[in-house]
Write a protein that binds this ligand. Structure first.
Ligand code: SAH
Length: 358
């Protein structure tokens, strides 16, 4: 019989699994804690569980272990970028950022991405598969284990489109939320999407209080289509209508990501159009000076343009900030490290089985 990945079970599924093993359900509490809070990697470390149950668990299940293939640390701000290997040897990225309010991790949700945004490195190597909930939550367990740091905030902004892996993403949020596990409140979690409209409506109904971030990056459908293929499927109006419903049901403010690209979307007219679009919503705009990717055609907007853009929005009543560029001396833009990894697989292959802490 194939062993099951015990990390992928919700608490209720774990209870049923223990029941199936002919054991008392209350052991699920102990086991969930060992896996998701204590982050153990062996059933033998579950010291308050009988040897008999441990043996049964070993026979039927395994504990997911993700390996750190490479870790880069920024000398400027301490941002750490991890290249993480999945059990099937695919690689994903996670980034740990330090702010005064705590440590934020940026997690991947898929191996590659199907959305095809032209400015994004994650999309360049195509799409391989979606991550399991345990592989998403596992990025937190792995990074906490590796650094000894406690993570307090999560942004779903790494490789992949979260709402294109809807069920696993929602399940991962519930795993991360669970009081016996990492116990991180949904208000500390942000989900970023390029705008898969039907799933925004679904997420609104989940009774999860997470923040929603929309990657808007343009103010007209025509312009949006130039950089984001998803704009051929859903209009900005459809996205904003879904956002209004999300706000109505959850009471949460929405954050709009806008990557400023020189000559593409950074004019004063663009700023005015953006303010008009968002004026009547509880919204916040996050301006991101576009990260120039290798062989990419898009260039960063100038400092002056960025400042002017922000001032225009703020003066029209739309709260706007510029995202601090963290880890600019490492490959911190999403997908860049994985891309480099694939481009140089031979070089990495030699390193692959070296132990993490060497
Ligand atoms: N697929 C999701 C989340 C992943 S990307 C989404 O589209 O929202 C996280 C954010 O980084 C998105 O807003 C994305 O558009 C943006 N992004 C991607 N590549 C970028 C780049 N080169 N420079 C600046 N922002 C970028």
């Amino acid at each position: 019989m194939e062993k099951i990945n015990i990390n992928d079970l919700s608490f209720e599924e774990l209870e049923n699994f223990i029941d199936e093993l002919g054991e008392k359900k209350f052991h699920a509490k102990q086991i969930f804690k060992w896996i998701h809070r204590e982050k153990v990697l062996s059933f033998d470390d579950m010291t308050d569980i009988s040897k008999n149950l441990r043996e049964k668990l070993k026979e039927r299940a395994y504990i997911l272990e993700l390996k750190v293939i490479e870790c880069q640390k920024s000398k400027k701000d301490g941002t750490m970028k991890f290249l993480i290997e999945l059990p099937d040897q695919n690689a994903i990225e996670s980034v740990l950022m330090k702010y005064h309010h705590g440590n934020t991790i940026c997690v991947s949700t898929q191996v590659g991405c199907r959305m095809g945004c032209k400015f994004c490195a994650s999309t360049k190597e195509g799409f391989v598969r979606s991550l399991y909930a345990s592989e998403i939550e596992g990025q937190l367990l792995t990074v906490e284990r590796y650094t000894g740091e406690k993570i307090s905030n999560i942004v779903y902004m790494g490789i992949g489109e979260p709402l294109d892996n809807y069920d696993n993403v929602v399940k991962s949020i519930r795993l991360i939320n669970y009081p016996l596990g990492l116990n991180i409140g949904a208000r500390h979690i942000s989900i970023s999407t390029c705008g898969l409209v039907p799933n925004i409506y679904r997420l609104a109904q989940e009774n999860i209080q997470c923040t929603l971030s929309i990657s808007l990056h343009a103010t007209t459908d025509e312009k949006r289509r130039q950089t984001m293929p998803i704009a051929n499927k859903y209009t900005i109006k459809e996205i904003l209508d879904a956002c209004k419903e999300y706000i109505r049901i959850t009471g949460r403010r929405i954050s709009f990501e806008y990557a400023l690209i020189n000559g593409q979307n950074d004019s004063r007219e663009d700023a005015i159009a953006l303010a008009k679009l968002l004026r009547d919503m509880i919204a916040h705009v996050n301006l991101i000076p576009v990260n120039e990717i290798k062989n990419g055609v898009y260039k960063k907007a100038t400092e002056n343009h960025i400042q002017e853009f922000m001032d225009t929005l703020n003066s029209m009543g739309v709260v706007t900030t510029v995202r601090r560029e963290l880890g600019s001396d490492i490959d911190a833009a999403c997908g860049q490290l994985r891309k480099k990894y694939i481009d140089k697989t031979d070089e990495f292959a030699q390193k692959k089985y070296i132990k993490i802490d060497e």
